[in-house]
Design a protein around this ligand. Structure first.
Ligand SMILES: *[C@@H]1O[C@H](CO)[C@@H](O)[C@H](O)[C@H]1NC(C)=O
Length: 162
């Protein structure tokens, strides 16, 4: 009997996951740096806005150049982009000196058109190799078939929606 409701529950979970699935996951560690990707093949762009979840200005790109003066102080001297790359439609930003607080969803909006790229950044404390090995050894317990189904469905969903 239980088998019959497992499938719909899995579908519901997969649907819930899919609402946040169009985010590119990026991992970093405290003090390190990461590249948050945002590219376009349409070179008719005029402006590009990078924002964090609180709508702070992470970086604005106008007239083909990064405008560092409008940047929120939080990101000053830490977030940069490459002018040569901007010309090619690559608006990816480099975020340096990462803090745990930088873990957030960053949105790159391309004007006109308003195309959005979402990047989910997770910054973790540096983990020493020995404790990392311990964690890896103890995790990965038996996952039931319904869990596997959810993961599979979510993965298919990501592929279809992104
Ligand atoms: C985009 O530019 C960054 C440098 O800002 C570079 O590291 C990255 O490889 C470029 N990505 C692509 C797809 O060219």
């Amino acid at each position: 009997m239980k088998v019959f409701w497992r499938v719909p529950v899995s579908l519901l979970l997969a649907a819930a996951l899919s609402s946040v699935s169009c985010q590119v996951p990026v991992d970093g560690s405290v003090g390190g740096s990461v590249l948050l990707p945002c590219t376009t093949t349409d070179l008719q762009f005029l402006r590009v806005f990078w924002r964090d979840k609180d709508d702070n200005v992470v970086l604005n790109i106008q007239n083909g150049s990064p405008d560092y003066s409008s940047q929120n102080t939080r990101y000053r001297e830490r977030v940069t982009s490459n002018q040569e790359e901007i010309r090619k439609g690559n608006f990816s930003i480099l975020m340096k000196n990462l803090q745990v607080d930088d873990s957030d969803t960053y949105v790159c909006t391309i004007i006109p058109g308003g195309d959005e790229r979402r990047v989910q950044l997770t910054v973790s404390e540096k983990v020493s190799p020995t404790s990392a090995a311990k964690t890896a050894g103890s995790s990965g317990g038996a996952a039931g078939p319904s869990i596997l189904l959810v993961v599979l469905l979510a993965a298919v969903d990501v592929l279809l929606s992104c």
